[in-house]
Design a protein around this ligand. Structure first.
Ligand code: FAD
Length: 391
């Protein structure tokens, strides 16, 4: 099997790198950890859009570039390597635009896709509720049809991008009498619609990247229903595969990974770089192995996508493995840095710009968001290995 990229793909990687390096040198952004999910920079997103790099794989007919999933993989790999603040467009580019392309009406495509491609529509993901996370089908938020409108009432939590979103992807129950997975529908709506209230969630890292969103008699025109009424749950399953599929599950903290490798080479103890101490060396080697395995598992997902197949088991396997690596990275980095490694970036004494505490804490949530490890292992067991389901 050939794991090399083609000359064209390598040239494309160079093009992305030189763009990112030039934006760093112009001061558009400073490399950060979690940039894909917490780095909100409308300026950066506009620049990416201007190059046609949002919707890279979407059909040309709808303003995309019609390029391969491998090209998008390279683009995202470099964005993550340089810690780019790409959260404004990431969710719409990765999954919601794709959902609109797959299930949306022509009118929805004409209205929403150009805004995403222009880097002007930031879409938050509104699925989970206080009593519905892993078991999404038990969600309670209702959308009751009233003529040409749906009236939405309910509460979502952990809606990504909540503070910044211009649009929200909403999953709501449209038939309370149907079996629970059958009466659910998907919508993409303007986040400024009257009746929507957003309350930021302050997470373990003090970030407000997510929020609770309350829907109080929100009137949504039926033209914003995506796909078939009451069939939303089946559409979501496909969309979740794309949510889990990318390198962001492995490289969200690449800036820290790179920094800790440099730190251990440059910091000397008893006359030697600390990367040569056996305790440090074995842990870095273990991280290196895990990183490469995670990378190949994600490349495998892309190979499946190139065949036009939804990467279900492959994405579950990669996300579980890769987020475990990221948690391991946060722990190893914090251990190596010692007590000072616990200082936040605001402290002048914090080594490697205080990157480690953020990753150590934020990574706890990685194995919950987008599907918990247990749920992902169930997918691998039942759909991948054909083991019997426990439910
Ligand atoms: C940082 C972060 C970001 C998030 N971002 C978003 C977002 O953008 N949009 C959004 O809609 N949601 C988001 N979520 C919510 C996330 O999808 C849910 O937290 C997740 O699906 C788990 O649901 P829950 O928290 O209700 O836990 P529960 O579903 O109650 O699970 C509790 C525990 O039980 C286990 N469990 C549950 N069911 C099974 C089963 N069938 N077999 C074995 N074990 C099981 C779980 O693995 C877990 O350990 C985010 C969450 C976090 C922490």
């Amino acid at each position: 099997m050939d794991f090399e990229f083609t000359l064209e793909q390598e040239a494309w990687r160079k093009e992305v790198r030189s763009f990112l390096e030039s934006e760093i040198s112009k001061g558009t952004f400073k490399p950060m950890v979690d940039g894909w999910i917490q780095g909100y920079s409308p300026e950066f997103t506009k620049k990416v859009a201007a190059r046609g790099w949002i919707g890279l794989t979407w059909p040309k007919q709808y303003g995309g570039q019609g390029r391969s999933h491998t090209d998008r993989l390279i683009l995202t790999e470099e964005m993550l390597r340089y810690g780019a603040p790409a959260a404004c467009h990431w969710f719409a580019d990765r999954q919601i635009g794709r959902a609109i392309l797959a299930y949306g009406t022509e009118e929805q495509k004409q209205e929403l896709l150009p805004k995403i491609l222009a880097g002007e529509a930031y879409v938050g993901l509104g699925m989970s509720e206080p009593q519905a996370g892993s078991d999404l089908a038990s969600l309670k938020t209702r959308a009751v049809q009233d003529g040409d409108y749906y009236v939405v009432n309910g509460q979502k939590m952990w809606t990504s991008c909540a503070r910044f979103m211009t649009h929200v992807y909403l999953v709501a129950r449209t038939d309370p009498d149907a079996p629970k997975s059958r009466g659910i529908s998907e919508f993409v709506i303007d986040a400024k619609t009257p009746g929507i209230t957003i309350r930021p969630t302050i997470d373990i890292t003090n970030s407000e990247a997510w929020g609770e969103v309350f829907y109080d008699n929100v009137r949504v025109h039926k033209k914003y229903l995506i796909g078939e009424k009451n069939r939303g749950f089946y559409q979501i399953l496909n969309q979740l595969d794309y949510e889990r599929a990318g390198l962001e599950r492995l490289m969200g903290n690449y800036v820290l990974y790179d920094a800790i490798l440099k730190y251990t080479k440059e910091t000397r103890r008893r006359g030697k770089p600390i990367c040569e101490e056996p305790g440090v060396r074995t842990r870095l080697a273990q991280l290196g192995v895990e990183f490469e395995v995670g990378r190949l598992l994600t490349y495998r997902v892309i190979q499946v996508m190139e065949k036009g197949i939804s990467p279900n088991v492959e994405a579950a396997m990669a996300k579980w493995y890769c987020t475990t690596f990221e948690q391991h990275l946060g722990t190893v980095a914090t251990d190596i840095l010692g007590l000072y490694g616990q200082l936040w970036k605001e402290s002048k004494w914090a080594p490697i710009a205080g990157l480690a505490p953020h990753s150590f804490l934020a990574s706890k949530g990685y194995s919950l968001q987008g599907g918990t490890n247990e749920v992902l292992k169930n997918i691998v067991a039942t759909r991948g290995l054909g083991l019997p389901s426990s439910t």
